[in-house]
Design a protein around this ligand. Sequence first.
Ligand SMILES: NC(=O)C1=CN([C@@H]2O[C@H](COP(=O)(O)OP(=O)(O)OC[C@H]3O[C@@H](n4cnc5c(N)ncnc54)[C@H](OP(=O)(O)O)[C@@H]3O)[C@@H](O)[C@H]2O)[C@@H](O)CC1
Ligand SMILES: [K+]
Length: 485
Amino acid sequence: MRTAYTADQIRGAEHELMARLPEGTLMQRAATGLAAVCADLLGRVYGKRVVLLVGSGDNGGDALYAGERLARRGAWVGAVLAGSKTHEAGLAALMRAGGRVVERDALERADLIVDGLVGIGASGALREPYRALVEEANAARGPIVAVDVPSGVDAGSGRVEGPAVRARVTVTMGAYKTGLLVDPGAEHAGTVELVDIGLGAHLPDPDVAALTGADVDVLLPRPGNESDKYRRGVLGVAAGSDTFTGAAVLAVGGALRAGAGMVRYAGPGAPVAQVRAHWPEAVVTELERPSIDDVGRVQAWVLGPGLGTGDWAHEVAAQVLASSVPVLIDADALTLVARDRGLLRRPAPVLITPHAGELARLIRADRDDIEAARLEHARRAAAELGVTVLLKGSTTVVAEESRPVRVNVTGTSWLATGGTGDVLAGVAGALLAQGLSCYDAASCGAFLHGLAGRRAAEGAPLTAADVATAVPAAIRAVTGGGRLS
Ligand SMILES: NC(=O)C1=CN([C@@H]2O[C@H](COP(=O)(O)OP(=O)(O)OC[C@H]3O[C@@H](n4cnc5c(N)ncnc54)[C@H](OP(=O)(O)O)[C@@H]3O)[C@@H](O)[C@H]2O)[C@@H](O)CC1
Ligand SMILES: [K+]
């Protein structure tokens, strides 16, 4: 599990640790780690031109001491002093090692730029002259290594207001910051390298967490020797309409590929014919009227993709939500629930899987505000609605009250195409039916769906059906395949 913290949490831990160590120890550890990453990126250090962007705080101090180390290894190191003051000891150390203070035009010819403008001490959008420096650095040919967080990215949330550094690598000190895992911050951070400065034992419970393949491997249900199709998890899918048939096919496909023991599909004539044609494995019930009585027993439901939002859909939704098993609510069913929030009062768990627009309707917020502060809004929705929230988008996040938000680090922008959400609903629904909690089903589902998307895309466009097809390969990649008994 990769865990991340807010700036305040990091500061608290640093204070505890600093009190036990000689002054300056942490900064020296930080600078050593930073210089090592810069050296790796440069290949040969001797003779290379390194330009440090130095702000007025300790972030600039880290950059100056790393510059000292690179200068001692023969690099030409110039510091652009941007702040109202400068870390004096750090600047003196750089000077002793042969570094110099330079003007900003040195950026143009830099082989490497070190962004030490602001770190966790920043507040609000960058001010001048930092803004202009960031824009010049982003336009320069040399790669940027950001110190702790890319300047312009809010460390605690990933929010970006105005210009922000686009780093090749971010070298972060002591622990990951939340803003490095959540877009748009994550996108600005490039590859994130963690430098251990001894903070571990002093850190509180994390603010957010990101599953790794190994975590998903542990969480995924495995069919045991005594498993039969019923015990492996039966998923009901109430999706599709005579107008939208594809959503039903894709949701059922995602569920079958993600290991549901059985999928029971219920819907009207047109999607029933399509599901039958595509998935002979599914048990299909054609609904003559909006009643799910004849569908048979299920351990969880997926409700909503392509369902429509009329009276028929409302009746089906009300019946599914009146059942006593977990329900994943997606797409059209989210519109129904936004209109009639009373539907959410039910005895069993609910997982909702909105994108920002759908969430905006559910919690009466502005879509752009949600996009800009995804974590905050997902948390708010989980608390207000009393459900688990999987908010889809550039970084998919999963929120549940009193748990760290899980952010998904797999995925690819090629997934932003029609129908992939239906596949995700099927995948996460299958995991719910196999007994995972909403929190684990959502986060493992997002992880596998993202990985399947990457495998299906390999840098080129994909279709939602390709993603469903790639789900078993994604599962194999995290489980190693052989361990499935
Ligand atoms: N603590 C530790 O143990 C360790 C900390 N470490 C390092 O220290 C970093 C934190 O250092 P920090 O606290 O000095 O804050 P920092 O991020 O350098 O910036 C603060 C200054 O920036 C300015 N400023 C703020 N907002 C601004 C804006 N919008 N636009 C423009 N300017 C703005 C403001 O300056 P002023 O405006 O007052 O001149 C403020 O005083 C941390 O990220 C890590 O790199 C490591 O060495 C490991 C050990
Ligand atoms: K920085």
